[in-house]
Write a new protein. Sequence first.
Length: 291
Amino acid sequence: MDPRCEEMSHPNYANFGLSLLLLVGIVVSYLPQHIRIIRLRSSYGLSPYFVLLGTTSGTCAFANILVLPRSRGDIACCRELDSFPCVAGVLGVAQVGVQWCCFTIILLLFLIFFPRTSNPLNDDQDDPPKDELAPSYQTALGVTAISVLHAVIVAILSFWFVYARPQHAQGWANFLGIFSTVLASIQYFPQIYTTFMLKRVGSLSIPMMCIQTPGSFVWAGSLAFRLGSEGWSAWGVYLVTGCLQGILLAMGSYFEIMHHRREKKELQSRMAQATRDRVVTEQTPLLRAED
């Protein structure tokens, strides 16, 4: 048996538990974002460039971990291992794949619920009337088309490197990891700018960011433990995204707190005005009677 397969045949139960928890956490962390867009029936507040960069970054990260010789070796060992050691050994690959799927769902929801009318929405929605500076539906279609085309190109090139040029697979994986890190590094800047200009989070989910921000650092640590220093291109991206998402979380939380405070003050002001008007209305007949 290959030494790596022999090592995988004795899984670390603590790391397996952490990896499984992370896998479930990835799904749970994205659910608030999916639910929020569906509940509001609008993707207002999401930057199309944030969605584009996030999708393409996730595609590169998924392809990176699939192309890495060590990951492919772990997958190949499943032919010689029992079910449990196999599952424990490829959980890192599953984590990245599930994360890619979850963000791809955001891309689809962004397109499906993209606001295309200028009609005011209900007060219980965070979606104000569309303004002239808002991205067009054509932009949303373009983002989707580019994301799909990018995924197809990356898949074709990855298959070519793995089966036609296996000696260069590590280099291609490193390139994908670096490209994914670069995309992830700039991914949050368009969303930070959009949120700053709106002074609201819109359809962006704060609970999602509350889960994902610390989760990014835990996930990076788990992948680093599994892949080692040679897999830096796989886990480095999550260190970067964790820092930037933390900035977006702090900004979004601040704007939402300030918004609710303004709403509370406005409500108190309206209630006070209504009370004064009622007092005047009740006293007016008495004053007229005395005259």
